[in-house]
Ligand binder design. Structure first.
Ligand SMILES: CC(C)(COP(=O)(O)OP(=O)(O)OC[C@H]1O[C@@H](n2cnc3c(N)ncnc32)[C@H](O)[C@@H]1OP(=O)(O)O)[C@@H](O)C(=O)NCCC(=O)NCCS
Length: 184
């Protein structure tokens, strides 16, 4: 856990199923919008209305959770969603050893309290419990997330240039592809 006492007293990492995410749709949408407004490259561009943010969780994530091959972790601070990450293990039969990390985000006002680290540890433990031995992900090149993943033991395989448009400009940024081997 982080050394900062505020987080230590109030924060919990939980898994939420499809119904629980639906119940908290407003909190997930608000967090996603806050991250995009803050410049995060997590799939969306400005303008990013609340309707689009809600539709993402409702139409993409909730059905995927219902599919039973994905786990969503949430960081709750006094019952408010302040961070999340997903472990996707809906892999092809020849990749049954692999899991994919996606949509890690922490509310801008809650950063540097170790929340992402806790979320990633939970996702990694779940992958281990499922017998997955390889984690994969990609992240915008040069972002703080790249530093975080490297600190957590992820290796860089390379950069795909011009992978995605930045949320607030026409600029195309590269993505860094990373992986981590985990043991059971
Ligand atoms: C990346 C992100 C999830 C990190 O969340 P966080 O809760 O602030 O991260 P943590 O507090 O757990 O940080 C863990 C470590 O990551 C690194 N790190 C995190 N943010 C950093 C930053 N802004 N600059 C440099 N290093 C950073 C540090 O090594 C940090 O350890 P330290 O605080 O002991 O130095 C958050 O900045 C975020 O939501 N960004 C926008 C969304 C995004 O880019 N997600 C990644 C999608 S692939």
């Amino acid at each position: 856990m982080t050394s900062k006492p505020h987080a230590a007293h109030t924060l919990e990492i939980v898994t939420l199923d499809a119904d629980q995410v639906t119940e908290r749709l407003d909190q997930f949408a608000d967090m996603l919008r806050a991250c995009v407004h803050d410049g995060a490259s997590i799939g969306f561009i400005e303008p990013f209305p609340v309707s689009e943010a809600e539709a993402f969780w409702r139409d993409k994530i909730v059905p995927a959770l219902n599919g039973g091959k994905r786990t969503l972790f949430a960081a709750l601070d006094q019952d408010r969603v302040v961070g999340t990450v997903q472990l996707d293990y809906d892999t092809m039969p020849n990749q049954a050893h692999r899991g994919d990390i996606s949509k890690l985000m922490v509310r801008p006002d809650c950063r540097r309290r170790g929340i992402a680290k806790l979320l990633m540890a939970s996702a990694e433990n779940r992958a281990r419990d499922l017998g997955r031995t390889l984690l994969t992900l990609d992240t915008r090149t040069g972002d703080s997330a790249e530093v975080l993943y490297a600190a957590l033991g992820f290796e860089t395989t390379g950069v795909i240039p011009d992978f995605a448009r930045d949320p607030d400009s026409e600029k195309l940024s590269g993505t860094t592809v990373m992986y981590k081997r985990i043991t059971r």
